[in-house]
Design a protein around this ligand. Structure first.
Ligand code: AMP
Length: 181
């Protein structure tokens, strides 16, 4: 195993100031994804507490959650469930409104993507206010899923998202954190 001091995941994340709008520090994980060892390590670390646990499905949130979620699903030998912005999935869907920093949007998943009682881990790249992940957790729970955990590479703790998800009774795992927005 590569010692954490040699492979610092935080240092593999690029920060773009004032993107997509002034005041936002965009935490760009494409630099981490482009580094083979960092990508592998992030995937391994995300699900490390559940090593050996039975995971039926990994749900990924569009779009960066698809890249990570697909890799995590392969790693734990689980199926993958895409959670998408409304209107993108071709078959019958279930939909939920969720809050964004300004306003609301809707996300959906296929009705038959998760069976009652299935053990699901939710994956996205970053948790900020937690509105997106909260919507996804509720959607999965509404379909009868047992949401084992929600995992993210990046936490922005000042925005309180991880606490919001823990209050829903879902353990949260994050690998690196940054102050502010
Ligand atoms: P939130 O619903 O506020 O927790 O926002 C989380 C979603 O917005 C994730 O899918 C992130 O990819 C994206 N996001 C929010 N803030 C940032 C940021 N500072 N840098 C990169 N992505 C972000």
């Amino acid at each position: 195993m590569i010692p954490p001091d040699v492979l610092d995941l935080r240092a593999r994340i690029r920060t773009i100031p004032d993107y997509p709008k002034p005041g936002v520090q965009f935490r760009d994980i494409t630099t981490l994804l482009g580094d083979a060892r960092a990508f592998r390590r992030a995937v391994d670390e995300l699900v490390q507490p559940w090593a050996g646990a039975k995971i039926d499905k990994v749900a990924g949130i569009e779009a960066r959650g698809f890249i990570l979620g697909g890799a995590v699903a392969h790693q734990v030998s689980a199926g993958f469930v895409p959670i998408r912005k409304k209107g993108k999935l071709p078959h019958e869907t279930v939909r939920i409104a969720y809050s964004l920093e300004y306003g609301i949007d809707e996300m959906e998943m296929h009705k038959d993507a998760v069976q009652t009682g299935e053990r699901v881990v939710l994956v996205d790249d970053l948790i900020a206010t937690g509105g997106t992940a909260e919507g996804a957790v509720k959607l999965l729970k509404n379909m009868g899923a047992d949401v084992l955990a929600a995992v993210f590479i990046v936490d922005l703790p000042d925005l309180g998202g991880a606490d919001k998800i823990r209050k829903l009774g879902v353990p949260v795992r994050t690998l690196v954190s940054f102050e502010g927005h």
